[in-house]
Write a protein of this length. Structure first.
Length: 294
């Protein structure tokens, strides 16, 4: 009887313990499933990978570090900026074109505007470039924005920076700049005679070729002359840039003069002064030697 009572106690105790253990296990599972958002974030953030990423994005010295954001998919871009011509006189009349090629990850339709700061050349600090096919722009909606302007006569000579900004409709901004070289005087880049030695017979033709770099447009050169009075000419001789009279091509930077040396001129070296004047009031001169033989 005693043994029977002992076995009954063991069976009852085991039956009582089983539900208690099952209830505890179910409660633990329920607790794990009922994590709050904050607890979940804490668990995820505790991983080494997430710690590294968060460390890259946050700086405890400067706060939120925008340089770690992948802005390639957000910001517009400026492919290039060109100033045509790059050398310009401060005359208030020579047209300068500022051309900016821009793009955006969301397409050109996402570009909100392109503007240039022209205060360095005496113009408005917030001037709009257009992509409308008007006002000097070649083609509309091609991502190439254009602005036509001029340099104020009050501006001093030297290099001037032109900042350009492009903004998209999401509020992101890209900045770049180009430089204008403000000059007044033309430069004689090269001057030479062909042949190098001219024959004094009044018949053999010689050619003087002069290469000129003019601030602004080449057509804004007013006079290009050669002083041949040392070999018997009574007036300054104009050089041509019309593609005729030995000139290679019209409207380029090469100016040409064809002439003969009179038979009365003695053999020797003669100095010929080349003078160049432009519409902006600039001037340049250079002496070249003409070798004459009989």
């Amino acid at each position: 009887m005693k043994r029977l009572l002992i076995w009954l106690l063991i069976i009852v105790s085991g039956a009582a313990l089983r539900p208690v253990h099952a209830e505890a296990k179910a409660a633990a599972q329920t607790k794990e499933e009922a994590l709050t958002k904050g607890e979940a974030v804490m668990l995820i953030s505790a991983t080494d990978f997430m710690k590294k990423k968060i460390g890259e994005l946050l700086s405890w010295t400067v706060g939120y570090d925008i340089s770690k954001v992948n802005r390639v998919k957000l910001t517009p871009s400026i492919n290039y900026i060109r100033a045509i011509p790059r050398k310009v006189p401060p005359d208030g009349r020579t047209i300068v074109e500022i051309i900016a090629s821009v793009d955006d990850p969301a397409g050109l339709a996402n570009i909100a505007g392109v503007r240039a700061d022209l205060s360095a050349i005496g113009r408005l600090p917030n001037t709009m470039l257009v992509d409308s096919g008007l006002f000097g722009d070649k083609k509309s909606a091609d991502g190439i924005y254009t602005l036509q302007t001029s340099v104020s006569p009050k501006i001093e000579l030297g290099a001037k920076e032109i900042p350009v900004a492009v903004a998209n409709k999401k509020g992101w901004l890209a900045l770049a700049k180009t430089t204008l070289d403000i000059k007044r005087n033309p430069i004689i880049m090269e001057a030479k005679f062909a042949p190098e030695r001219a024959r004094a017979d009044g018949k053999s033709q010689a050619t003087l070729t002069v290469r000129i770099d003019n601030p602004g447009r080449i057509e804004d050169l007013k006079d290009v002359t050669a002083d041949l009075r040392a070999i018997g000419y009574s007036e300054l001789q104009p050089l041509r840039n019309d593609g005729r009279g030995g000139d290679a091509a019209p409207g380029d930077d090469l100016f040409t003069l064809q002439f003969t040396v009179p038979a009365a001129v003695k053999s020797g070296d003669y100095s010929v002064r080349i003078g160049v004047a432009n519409l902006a009031g600039g001037y340049a001169s250079q002496d070249v030697v003409l070798k004459v033989y009989r």
